[in-house]
Design a protein around this ligand. Sequence first.
Ligand SMILES: [Zn+2]
Length: 216
Amino acid sequence: MPPDVCQLPLVGGHPALDLVNTLERGATSPHDFLSDPSALLRWSVLAGTINDVEAEQVGRAWRDEPAAAHAGLAAVRDIREGLNLVLLAAIIDADGGTAGDSVEAGAALVALHQRWSGAAARARFVLESSRVRLAYDTVPAMLVPDRIAEAAYDVMLTADLTRVRRCPVLEGGCGWLFLDRSRNGSRRWCRMADCGNVVKARRLTERRRAARPSGS
Ligand SMILES: [Zn+2]
């Protein structure tokens, strides 16, 4: 049985990348950790896009209006797919190409802009400590997709996308996305403790097997 969504390690370095990692890709039967609105709500708290008090408000709103819960989940999955396409198109491969498709990424940007502008239309300006910020918290039933649209906007416009990496699938990694914050930009694995060490151990076994005289 796949682990619960709350056991998912957050390795992306940004909630938007962690969101992309809630869907296993490349497997024969991809597992979606955001299996229902309740899983989405628990993951949103885990990822820090909403707090416990807000989660209670959202839970109440979604219980009163189950259709809104499912619409929220659909919106989040939509943002997740769009982000995946955009971020893959931002990853430059060793041969200078990108890991994604620029046309698909362009279409995804249009859809992501629509999601974000809907969220921005529901947001309000708040003056706090001599600064004005946009608070995405006016409609509890839409709070989760709106905060996630905000996270998508934030990663696309403020993160250094040249630092987006994908744990290398061809070398045995898991394919998760993460922001490489290492000083020299050389991080290769989502988590050395998991993917990196598993691959190293497998290589060592293979080398030992190859070195063993035949027949023994
Ligand atoms: Zn990995």
